[in-house]
Design a protein around this ligand. Sequence first.
Ligand code: BV8
Length: 240
Amino acid sequence: MTDTAAPAAASRIVVLTGAGISAESGIPTFRDAGGLWEGHSVEDVATPQGFERDPVTVQRFYDARRRAAASVAPNAAHHALARLERSLGDRLLVVTQNVDDLHERAASHRVVHMHGRLDRALCRACGARSEWHDDLEDRPSCPVCGERMLRPDVVWFGEMPYELDRIENAVVACDIFVSIGTSGAVYPAAGYVALAAAFGARTVELNLEPSDAVVPFDESLVGRATDVVPAWVDGILARS
Ligand code: BV8
């Protein structure tokens, strides 16, 4: 068990982020009032079956989110994690459930999008994943094979998240596991705190309200991400 009082210099840190870190940038979360799931049923817009049934509604849902994500900017919480990366280098890994690119636009590089990205399109004909910034509703052609079989490169329910091995290797090896802005409702992401704790990491939650995590966190800092994340990063850097 690594005590955060210990010099963080040597610590390996995994940060798991969810919709709460992007809320103050203007991207609605999923489960909060007025959240993304309020207007849409998960089954209809975030499952392969929903896409088969009604691809136009699903493409419009993600086209609107892609445009919204491109119209906002990273906030102080994103920037604080980029600052931490500049100090810790490859001893920090950010694992995000978010499909926006606000971590990267805050100059974070060590980011794993386990649920995909809005600014990528996945071709269902050739499997290519292409950088994509336009709408998909009008079924544009795949830049690689030319087929008109593109879908948002996001992981829907029932689909396997991305880079699970890389994530699990980092979680079992980390000294500090930090969860920011997530309700802990979706698996396998929600199971990482238990895995980190089982391998001796200190677990820290930064969230607007304590989440109902299966395994309680060692430390819970409650507040808005733009307040608690920079403060927590300052604390870590002060001990580096
Ligand atoms: C899979 C991409 C097979 C698309 C998403 C075990 C038990 C039970 C169920 C399952 C299980 N294992 C698998 C399942 C099924 C399912 C699942 O978890 N279902 C749930 C609903 C019970 N999981 C899957 O289907 C996964 N795939 O299991 O494949 C497999 C896998 C591994 C190994 C073998 C087999 C795939 C799940 C991925 C689905 N795709 N996103 C899109 O974005 O549209 S999930 C999506 O919803 C997000 O990515 C994220 O993961 C989740 C939303 O959660 P949060 O980000 O936490 O957001 P939320 O709104 O809930 O909470 C916001 C939090 O922020 C709150 O706590 C709030 O207080 C806080 N907050 C708000 N404002 C602020 C703030 N905090 C700080 N500051 C603020 N200002």
